[in-house]
Design a protein around this ligand. Sequence first.
Ligand code: PLP
Length: 440
Amino acid sequence: MTRNFPLSSSTIENISDEHASLDAIGEAMADPYHPVKNPNGILNLGIADLEYGNPIGSDELRKSVSALVNKKFNPDSPIDPSMVVVTNGVTSAIDKLTSVICNPGDAVLVSEPYYASLVTDVNLIAKAVVHGVPVPPSEIQSPSQIKYYESKYNELSTLGITVKAIILCNPHNPTGKIYSRPAVEAILEFANKHDIFVISDEIYALSVYRSPSTENIESFIDSSNSHSDELYPFESVLSFDNLNELIDPRLIVVVHGMSKDFCMNGFRVGWIISPFNSDIIKALAKISPFSYISAFTDRIVTNLLSDEEFIDSFTNTVHQNLLQNYIKITTFLLEKKIPYIPSQAGHFVMIDIRSLILVWKNNNLKPGESPISSIKDITFDDEYQLWIASIKKGRIYYSPGVNIKANEPGWIRLIFSQPWEPLKLGLEGLLDFFENDSSV
Ligand SMILES: Cc1ncc(COP(=O)(O)O)c(C=O)c1O
């Protein structure tokens, strides 16, 4: 029997409905006449002189995106422009995908800690709900994490909640870790077993600054750090040559974009790649006219992505800069004896400030509160109060662990992809504030 993976009810309606006039207007916008480039295109006597552009991205842009993916993500079979839908950022990509895949109330599993905005990205429009899977940092790169997924799945099934998707963020925000191949394979097999879609968020795919092949990495690895520093090469799910053995590939969708790897988050350009499920592409095309990139952005990004030489040199520079700052920030942390989770990709590092929270808490006790003597007594509320004070009084912002669903209180995420001087100023200011802020 052929398996069937229902998309959301609104999607089923959208793609079965005729919407003939909408489709015809869409075609007119997507295929405009040009005397040289497109003499068979549609002559426009209906829409005033503006260029609306193609809501799923121009043919040229989708060609450039496919070329980028074919070159940098090493797909097992080539990605074709018809498998790509351009969106205004990965936030929009995730929103649109959840609207297409999930019904209101459906669960989306995400490994904790996670990129905090996913909660609203899947919920504000699609009304799907993120359910965190508490995977300890020590297991995030290992297939052993599946037991936490199974247990969350069973818990939700008992409550009658349908688990419809997993968002797998690889390279991982906020830990900066890369999943091992066996770990991703185990997640795909788990998803396949329960008919769950996998949205592989590969937004940091080209921001890997340490890998098993990086030279001289030993020189700055701290052997006393209790967190493991297993380095894996990044492998896109699109590159798996055994994908068919692990999962029905129709359940796989990849998202990527300009925000991180090209340092262009304000441009608002992302894309969805659905190589094996054309219904998802059809459904996205239906809803794309409501929010899409401008024709001008489309042209600029097409030009940028078409310049392969520039992309190679730009990504190399990004890797070098990220590596240099990673070395600087971890050296700083080691000197100050602040534990951190070693990372290999992305723009951030998670650090353990429990002993600093202990000092701050005891210096800022509220009336009736007793001093605490152990980091085990720190709560998420203490961490939250310190975060608010750091912004309001210390004038320094960071991501608190409570927002990114860290497994225990006291872990925060710092962004290090910025010039060293303000970064150093921020780090020193933060430590000074933690140690010396006192309400008494
Ligand atoms: C893991 C992850 N996914 C998605 C996004 C959203 O990206 P965009 O800026 O393209 O909307 C971010 C942004 O920080 C991210 O870290």
